[in-house]
Design a binder for this molecule. Structure first.
Ligand SMILES: O=C(CO)COP(=O)(O)O
Length: 253
């Protein structure tokens, strides 16, 4: 059985004080970390403090993007090498907002994924279709192509460690969730893509999350589906009580 992984993506929300307060609230709570992996992907500017504040707890810290080079003249960017040095363990790569507003492409996503592994970071690789693509029945083709491009050149071992997040763009921050069955169908298509390239054993081990308006009210149904192994959550990860409910659902899935 694959261990569920629940990751909060805070996007460009929270001040340092609010982030520390959140970490304090979480530290008081008990979540069975043998049953669920819990990750907070925070803005880069307070990753350091969050790593320190959550040390020894069930929470791991992730970044929301990274540059593929180790260092260089890339104003405003942060490298995987720098993230690892802070004690960060995860990094979101290829989020649709990065693809849309910051020109990330399948090619740059692949480079970042490889660089994440070079720096011992676990990539959460985001894929997903637009509403228009869904209406034209292109979802599975688009998503499978994004996955193939992102994982190109990875070893089996690296692929098994990767997390893939299926996030239909039309469901992000809109309150519109894909139905659990629709989300499961696309996650299954992703697994079949991996199966075609890497075989059954690898495909059966890769964890695939769903993301897009996940909240405490709908997470149980999503996680009950065979191919959904967790969630990447924006809005509902911003409050500690709501995030904990998501983690509990993960631990009980
Ligand atoms: O983009 C998302 C997570 O990466 C989803 O955001 P929402 O949960 O706010 O829809």
């Amino acid at each position: 059985m694959r261990k569920p992984v629940i990751a909060g993506n805070w996007k460009m929300y929270k001040t340092l004080g609010e982030a520390k307060e959140f970490a304090l609230q979480l530290k008081e709570l008990q979540v069975d970390s043998t049953k669920v992996d819990a990750v907070i992907c925070a803005p880069a500017l307070f990753l350091d403090q969050l790593v320190q504040a959550t040390k020894g707890s069930f929470i791991s810290i992730g970044a929301q993007t990274m540059h593929e080079e180790k260092e260089g003249a890339f104003t405003g960017e942060v490298s995987g090498h720098q993230l690892k040095d802070l004690g960060v363990d995860y990094v979101v790569i290829g989020h649709s907002e990065r693809r849309q507003y910051f020109n990330e492409t399948d090619e740059s996503v692949n480079k970042k994924v490889k660089s994440a592994f070079e720096n011992s970071l676990t990539p959460i690789i985001c894929v997903g279709e637009t509403l228009e693509q869904r209406e034209q029945n292109e979802t599975e083709t688009i998503v499978s192509n994004q996955v193939m491009a992102a994982i190109e050149g990875l070893t089996e071992e690296q692929l098994i460690q990767s997390i893939i997040a299926y996030e239909p763009i039309w469901a992000i921050g809109t309150g519109k969730t894909a139905t659990a069955d629709d989300a499961n169908d696309v996650c299954q298509a992703i697994r079949e893509t991996i199966l075609d390239g890497f075989g059954e054993e690898v495909a059966s081990k890769v964890r695939i999350q769903y993301g897009g308006s996940v909240k405490p009210e709908n997470i149980e149904e999503l996680l009950s589906k065979e191919h959904i192994d967790g969630a990447l959550v924006g809005g509902a990860s911003l409050q500690a009580d709501s995030f904990v409910k998501l983690l509990e659902a993960g631990a009980n899935a």
